[in-house]
Each structure stands twice: as C-alpha cells, then as structure tokens.
Design a protein around this ligand. Structure first.
Ligand code: ATP
Ligand code: MG
Length: 139
C-alpha cells in the first residue's frame, strides 16, 4: 500500500553538494519526492526533532551538527515507504551499512551519515507534520 515517510538530507550531504545524487538514488529506487524544501534548522528545531536522544552522550554534538549547514527535508511516497527507506538508507554507522545503501555510498561517520528516515509509520506522520503543512504536500 502507498505510504509516506519523512526524510532529511543531512548537513554532511548538502555541504558536499550531494542533494541531486541522493534524489536520483531515491527516484531510481521507486520513491516519489512529493514535498521538499531546503532549510537551516534552528537549535530549537534540531533539539526537538531528536528529543528522543536528549539523554545520550552524543546529543549536544548531534544538535550542533544538524544546525551546521542547511538540510533538505522531504516527504517520500512509495509502497511500504517507511520500511523500504530504512532498508535503502542502511545502518546508522556507514561502516556497518550494506553495500549499495545511501549511508554506505555517501556516509562519512556514525554522526555524518547523510540521511535521516522515520523509524515507524507513527513517527513518519509526526515528523511530516513537524515540517510541512497539508498544502505543501501535493502527491
Ligand atoms: P536517524 O534517526 O537520523 O534516521 P538512525 O535512526 O539510524 O538515524 P538513531 O539511533 O536514531 O539512528 O540516531 C540518530 C542520529 O544520531 C544518527 O543518524 C546519527 O547522526 C547520530 N548518532 C547516533 N548514534 C551516534 C553515536 N554513537 N555517536 C554520534 N552520533 C550518533
Ligand atoms: Mg532514528
């Protein structure tokens, strides 16, 4: 069934001018980019977005990294988009990611791992609503 997930092209990737390459990868792998914008996150937004990790030792660095350069936030549509995107993203640490995944191809480190993807349908809906209004999504 057609489903939506939320994606971020992270600062390490926008900085290296990889937005187009990652979008081509997404389209070649069956995702439709049905909403997209390039924004510079505030510390408040980055902290709120990753609030689930607020007690982890890497939280402060993660927030600084996420505000260091612009990001591209996107809504992706595909059959089973949430699961499928987690598969093609690859493991959090690019070193552990399967060949042919985005993080294996483009990721630089466990922190600078090029993309974010929602980890459940519930979180996808929350994350999409955090960044996009209904009128900005035209499937
Ligand atoms: P994301 O939520 O960004 O899609 P993920 O679900 O694969 O990634 P999480 O465990 O949710 O991984 O971690 C969120 C992000 O925090 C990671 O993508 C990475 O940028 C950063 N991160 C995770 N673990 C570490 C770590 N041990 N050291 C530094 N940064 C980390
Ligand atoms: Mg996560």
């Amino acid at each position: 069934m057609k489903e939506r997930t939320f994606s971020i092209i992270k600062p390490d990737a926008t900085q290296r001018n990889l937005t187009g390459k990652i979008n081509a990868f997404l389209e070649e792998h069956g995702f439709r980019i049905i909403a997209q914008k390039r924004i510079h996150l505030s510390r408040r937004e980055a902290s709120q977005f990753y609030a689930v990790h607020k007690d982890r030792p890497f939280f402060g660095e993660l927030v600084e990294y996420m505000v260091s350069q612009p990001v591209v936030v996107q809504v992706l549509e595909a059959d089973d988009a949430v699961t499928k995107y987690r598969e093609v993203m690859g493991a959090t640490n690019p070193k552990d990611a399967t060949d042919g995944t985005i993080r294996k191809l483009f990721g630089e480190s466990i922190e600078r791992n090029s993309v974010h993807g929602s980890d459940s349908k519930e979180n996808a809906a929350i994350e999409i609503a955090f960044f996009f209004s209904g009128t900005e999504i035209v499937g």
